[in-house]
Ligand binder design. Structure first.
Ligand SMILES: [Zn+2]
Length: 324
């Protein structure tokens, strides 16, 4: 995808986010009015007040009269708002119950800030950078997501289907709760073709569609970012920083990246270590077994990848689904 294609796709994502913001606000207004019908009454009073004040302001000739009307309307409006706040409080609802809640307050989820010429908001630029870093070979989010999960395709023998259903549920909960997950990190292991990539992509799709910031990357692309950093690229702009900083990082196929002296193990350690220190979430899919992880990356990296206090590890077993 070119930059402009990414921009277009991201603007669509922002439009979906705004629609979600609106639906969320409507639901909260409805909830408040259901709990406390006087709020609905006050809200329509407030709307009527504004409308009639507007009309009378338009019919007044002198500036003094218009100013007086406007400040009178403002005072009455504030009175109504104070009553609404009181009722919200009495109903056990937060003060901002009837206000829009944005993912980004700076741009109100439009992606733009400033007057003409508007520019992209920092949140937009950051997301754009993350998107561009994605590997073009990764599956589309419309192809691989939890809704597309088809348990019937998985053999029942040896508990393979049951295990996959449980793992899917665990992954979906992880994505739905993010960032309030039970375990901060997930490690999906097992031979090729058992559905690890599908689960990883499904988590990514769900978190992104909930408005979260996630980066997914193949281990090969991750290695490229490491190599660039090693060769002295600009730290502020390179992909390696994006990998360290992503609130959720999903690495697919760990173990398929080249092993290069002074790079692979060292930078993977830095990446994991910095992410753990900053309490960021990481999901990794790999064909390597825990023993192979230790052999390939050494004790220091393995202890971070397999840390049981922060990581939930799942080893998938069974037949290769691609060959069925
Ligand atoms: Zn923004």
């Amino acid at each position: 995808m070119t930059r402009s294609e990414h921009v277009r796709a991201l603007l669509e994502e922002y439009a979906r986010q705004r629609a979600a913001d609106e639906a969320d606000l409507e639901a909260r207004v409805a909830e408040a009015c259901a709990r406390e019908p006087r709020i609905a009454q006050l809200r329509s009073e407030s709307a009527e007040l504004a409308l009639s004040a507007m009309r009378s302001i338009l019919t007044q000739q002198s500036l003094e009269q218009r100013t007086a009307l406007a400040s009178n309307m403002k005072r009455q409006g504030q009175g109504i708002n104070a009553k609404i706040r009181e009722l919200l409080h009495g109903a056990g609802l937060p003060e901002d119950q009837l206000e829009p809640r944005y993912r980004c307050d700076k741009c109100r989820d439009t992606g733009y800030v400033g007057d003409a010429p508007a520019r992209f908001c920092d949140c937009f630029e950051a997301r754009l950078k993350l998107r561009q870093y994605e590997d073009g070979s990764m599956a589309g989010t419309d192809e691989q997501n939890f809704e597309r999960f088809d348990a019937d395709r998985i053999p029942e023998e040896n508990g393979q289907r049951e295990q996959m259903i449980l793992t899917r549920k665990m992954c979906e909960e992880y994505a739905d709760r993010f960032p309030q997950t039970d375990y901060r990190n997930l490690l999906l292991t097992g031979a090729g073709g058992l559905g690890k990539t599908f689960l990883l992509n499904s988590i990514f799709e769900r978190v992104i569609s909930r408005g979260g910031a996630a980066v997914r990357i193949t281990a090969f692309r991750m290695f490229e970012a490491m190599r660039q950093r090693h060769m002295g690229s600009d730290e502020k702009l390179d992909g390696f920083s994006a990998l360290i900083e992503a609130p959720l990082l999903l690495i697919d196929d760990l173990g398929t990246e080249p092993m290069m002296r002074n790079i692979t193990v060292e930078y993977l350690f830095t990446l994991l270590n910095e992410r753990i220190a900053a309490k960021r979430h990481t999901v990794i899919a790999t064909n390597l077994t825990p023993v192979q992880i230790k052999e390939r990356y050494g004790e220091r990296v393995a202890s971070r990848l397999l840390d049981r206090s922060a990581c939930r590890a799942v080893q998938l077993k069974g037949k290769d689904l691609r060959s069925l």
